[in-house]
Design a protein around this ligand. Structure first.
Ligand code: MF3
Ligand code: CO
Ligand code: CO
Length: 269
């Protein structure tokens, strides 16, 4: 047990099947809550929807009560990097908002997030959001047995910094299973060929947080809300990933387009 708690777990076929279920339900809630995103909606309403939709699926909202987090979902607007707490704040035209959903099903966690556009937004908001979306894609493309954790961070860092954006260091992806956060830590910056070797059966998230400006973040007095120090916009996307013999399986894959987010499919072409 000591070893198991320290090393990166290799999930059994039964654990993988349970993770597929929690991840698919989390992805489905994210697709559903996407429809709520519009000017005038409060983050409390987003929370209430996610809370109820999670329960309707027979799942438990993992954020609620996690290390004292007071709500069932994280809602992070504009310069908020992550862990925004839902409340009376209304979404405004021009905002970007990350909604981060984590379900527990039969004891297993499924974790996924996306950034959404609130009405018409600035070119800068589109840019940081599309950079973050691409960073997740590039990180996932590195995943295969024998690759290193540093390959994931390097791919993300090279692209984001090449676009003039900052990559957040203080929050990272994570192993996930019966625990919300377990080993390994998945940094979104790194050096190719460094770090732990990936093996089939590992499950972890990749969840790059990308800033228009510098990478530095600070946590507000509520002890949760992380914001960019320079006040610049920040965007994030997250999937839960299984390392397979052939590469990667996106456990939180969606079965339909993400409304209010997937608006620029040809942005990089
Ligand atoms: N879902 C976040 C992550 O991707 C963690 C949120 S912890 C909470 O790791 F307590 F704020 F919910
Ligand atoms: Co996560
Ligand atoms: Co998450």
């Amino acid at each position: 047990m000591l070893l198991r708690s320290r090393a990166v777990q290799i999930k059994s076929p039964r654990e993988i099947e349970a993770m597929r279920r929690s991840c698919q339900l989390a992805a489905d809630t994210l697709c559903a809550v996407a429809e709520l995103v519009r000017p005038g909606v409060t983050t409390e309403e987003i929370n209430d929807f996610v809370h109820q939709d999670t329960l309707n699926k027979g799942a438990i909202p993992a954020p609620l009560g996690y290390h004292g987090f007071p709500k069932s979902v994280c809602t992070s607007i504009n310069e908020v990097v992550c862990h925004g707490i839902p409340g009376p704040q209304k979404l405004e035209e021009g905002d970007i908002i990350n909604i981060d959903v984590t379900h527990i099903v039969d004891g297993f966690h499924g974790d996924t997030s996306a950034t959404f556009y609130v009405g018409k937004v600035s070119d800068e908001a589109i840019r940081v959001t599309e950079v973050a979306r691409k960073c997740l894609e590039l990180g996932i493309a590195e995943v295969r047995p024998g690759a290193r954790l540093g390959d994931i961070g390097a791919a993300i860092q090279e692209f984001a910094e090449g676009q003039g954006c900052g990559v957040v260091r203080d929050f990272v992806g994570h192993g996930i299973g019966r625990k919300f956060h377990e080993d390994p830590k998945v940094s979104h910056v790194g050096v190719r060929g460094r770090g732990e070797r990936l093996r089939a059966g590992m499950i972890f998230t990749i969840e790059p947080m990308i800033n228009v400006g510098g990478w530095e973040v600070e946590v507000l007095d509520d002890d949760w809300t992380a914001v960019t120090v320079d006040g610049s916009l920040s965007a994030q996307f997250e999937h839960t990933i299984l390392v397979t013999d052939g590469g990667a399986e996106i456990l939180t894959v969606r079965d339909r387009p993400l409304v209010n987010s997937e608006l620029y499919p040809n942005y990089w072409s």
